[in-house]
Ligand binder design. Structure first.
Ligand code: SF4
Length: 471
C-alpha cells in the first residue's frame, strides 16, 4: 500500500452509525462520499459483468488510489467509467459514482445471488448498475485512434493531454495529469500517442456522438472541453488562441452543443473571447479556497495568476457569462492534506463553507469534487495522506446545500435535464461529488421512471454467474 492508506474503518455498523448521526442527510450521499474517499474494488465476477460496459477512460487524472502497474487483471481496460448504486437493504435511490480503484478498500462490487451489488465485509449495501457503451465507442480514426479517446462518455474532451505546469514547483499538488499520461503510455493499452487532438478529429467525433444521440432519440450532447494549462505557447499559439479555435469549431459542428470550458482564471477580455467563440459555461477551477493553502497546493496557478486575481476574475466572468454559468471546481478534502492543511474538520469545513457563501452570493456555483489521493501526486509523495474524515464530507455538503437554497434563484437548477446517451449522466447528480445528489435526493427531483431508464441503458445486472472471489 502507498502513502495514501485506506482505513479499514468501514463495515455496515460504521456506515449505519453515520446514518444515525446525520438523520437529515441522504444516506446515499454518505455512502457515495465514502466510496469516493476510500475507492472500491471489483470481484472477478463483477469484472466479468462489466463486459460491454462503458470502459473507464483515464481522460485526465487517473482518479485511482493505486498505480496502473498494480492491476493484475487488466482492470484499467475493463472497469466502467462510473456506476450507479440503488435499492438494496437501505432502499437507496440512485446515485452515480466515478470509478476509483483501490484493492485495499473495504468496498467490493460483487455478484451475490446472481445480482450485481455493492458489499462491505460480505454484506450487501445496494444494487449496482454499469452503463452500456454508446455505439460511437466502436469507431476509430484512420490512424487507429478510437473515437472514445477523443470524446469520453459522450461528453468529455481533453484537448491537451499534458500540462505545462511542470514539476514540483508548478504542478498542482493533488494532480496526476502528467503522471497519468505517462502510465497510460507505459501500459501500451491506449493507442493515443499525440498529447494534442486535431480540430478536425475532435469535430468529426463530436458529429458522431450527436448522430448516436439522434439515432436513439435522446438529448443532444453537451461537451466539456478540458486540458492542461498552456503557460507559454502550444503549436505556436497562446492559451487563448489555442483553445478558442476548438471552441469555435465544435460550436459550429452538427451537434450545435452547449460547451463548458475549463481553464485558468483569465481577465475579462480573454474570457469574452471564449464566450464569443461559443462557450456557454466556464470553469475556473480554483481547487482550494484558503489563500495560504491555494499558494501551497497550486504553486503554478498562484505564481501565474494569484489568489486575488483568481477570485476577481471569477466575479468578472459572471458579467460576461451570466449568473450560474461560472462554475469553478474545488478538490474537496485537499484542505486537510498533510503537512500544511487544516488539522481539524471544523476549521476545514468553516473555510470552504465561507467560500460557498462568497461565491454563491455572487452568482458563481462552486463544485466540490472529492480528492482521490492519487499515489503519484506531489501530496502523496511528500507525506502520508490518510483518508479525510467522512464527517468533513457530510458537513461540507450539508452546508453547500444550505447555501445553495439561499441563492438558488441565480444558480443552475438540478433535475431539469432529459436523458442523453448515458441516462444517469443527465438524470442524476455529477459522479465526482455529492452536492448535486444532495439536491436531487432532498427534493426528489427524479423522473418517475428513473430506475427503468437506468436499467434500459445498463449491461445485464441480474441472473449473473459467479461468487465473490478476487484472483
Ligand atoms: S492546472 Fe493544475 S490541476 Fe490542471 S492540469 Fe495543470 S497541474 Fe493539473
Amino acid at each position: 500500500m502507498g502513502n495514501n492508506p485506506t482505513t479499514n474503518e468501514s463495515n455496515p455498523e460504521v456506515l449505519e452509525s453515520y446514518f444515525k448521526k446525520y438523520p437529515g442527510v441522504p444516506k446515499e450521499t454518505i455512502l457515495k462520499q465514502h466510496l469516493l474517499s476510500l475507492g472500491h474494488w471489483f470481484s472477478d465476477a463483477a469484472l466479468q459483468a462489466a463486459d460491454g460496459a462503458l470502459v473507464k477512460s483515464y481522460r485526465l487524472f487517473s482518479y485511482d488510489l493505486v498505480p496502473m502497474s498494480e492491476f493484475k487483471r487488466g482492470e484499467h481496460r475493463r472497469v466502467p467509467e462510473h456506476f450507479v448504486i440503488l435499492n438494496g437493504p437501505y432502499g437507496m435511490r440512485p446515485v452515480a459514482i466515478q470509478t476509483s480503484l483501490s484493492p485495499y478498500s473495504p468496498y467490493l462490487i460483487d455478484v451475490v445471488d446472481g445480482r450485481l451489488v455493492m458489499t462491505t465485509e460480505g454484506r450487501v449495501l445496494a444494487e449496482v448498475r454499469f452503463p452500456k457503451t454508446p455505439d460511437y465507442y466502436a469507431k476509430s480514426l484512420p490512424d487507429g485512434t478510437p473515437y472514445h479517446e477523443i470524446v469520453a462518455f459522450g461528453a468529455f474532451i481533453t484537448i491537451f493531454r499534458n500540462c505545462q505546469y511542470w514539476g514540483a514547483r508548478e504542478e498542482c499538488k493533488f494532480c496526476d495529469i502528467n503522471e497519468n499520461a505517462r502510465q497510460m503510455k507505459l501500459s501500451r493499452d491506449f493507442t493515443l500517442a499525440a498529447p494534442v487532438k486535431s480540430v478536425e478529429d475532435v469535430v468529426r467525433v463530436c458529429d458522431e456522438v450527436a448522430s448516436d444521440a439522434r439515432k436513439y432519440g435522446v438529448s443532444a450532447p453537451g461537451f466539456v472541453l478540458s486540458g492542461g494549462s498552456i503557460t507559454k505557447t502550444l503549436h505556436g499559439k497562446s492559451e487563448v488562441d489555442f483553445y478558442e479555435e476548438y471552441i469555435r469549431a465544435i460550436k459550429g459542428s452538427s451537434a450545435k452543443p452547449r460547451i463548458t470550458f475549463e481553464v485558468n482564471a483569465r481577465p475579462r477580455e480573454e474570457v469574452a473571447r471564449y464566450k464569443a467563440a461559443g462557450a456557454d459555461n466556464i470553469h475556473f477551477n480554483m481547487e482550494v479556497w484558503d489563500k495560504r493553502l491555494f499558494e501551497w497546493i497550486n504553486p503554478g496557478k498562484a505564481e501565474r495568476v494569484g489568489w486575488d486575481n483568481w477570485v476577481r476574475w471569477m466575479c468578472d466572468a459572471v458579467e460576461v457569462f451570466g449568473p450560474g454559468n461560472v462554475q469553478p471546481s474545488f478538490v474537496s478534502g485537499v484542505e486537510m492534506a498533510r503537512p500544511h492543511g487544516f488539522q481539524s474538520v471544523d476549521e476545514a469545513v468553516k473555510s470552504t463553507s465561507g467560500c460557498f457563501e462568497y461565491l454563491m452570493s455572487r452568482g458563481i456555483l462552486p463544485r466540490p469534487q472529492q480528492w482521490r489521493r492519487e499515489p503519484s501526486t506531489a501530496l502523496c509523495k511528500e507525506a502520508e495522506q490518510p483518508p479525510v474524515p467522512l464527517d468533513y464530507y457530510i458537513l461540507l455538503t450539508r452546508n453547500w446545500y444550505e447555501c445553495y437554497q439561499k441563492y438558488r434563484s441565480q444558480l443552475p437548477q438540478f433535475g431539469k435535464r432529459k436523458a442523453g446517451l448515458l441516462a444517469e449522466r443527465n438524470l442524476l447528480g455529477p459522479v465526482h461529488g455529492a452536492y448535486g445528489d444532495y439536491v436531487m435526493l432532498s427534493e426528489n427531483l427524479f423522473p418517475d421512471d428513473i430506475e427503468e431508464q437506468i436499467n434500459r441503458r445498463s449491461v445485464p445486472f441480474e441472473n449473473l454467474e459467479g461468487g465473490s472471489s478476487v484472483s
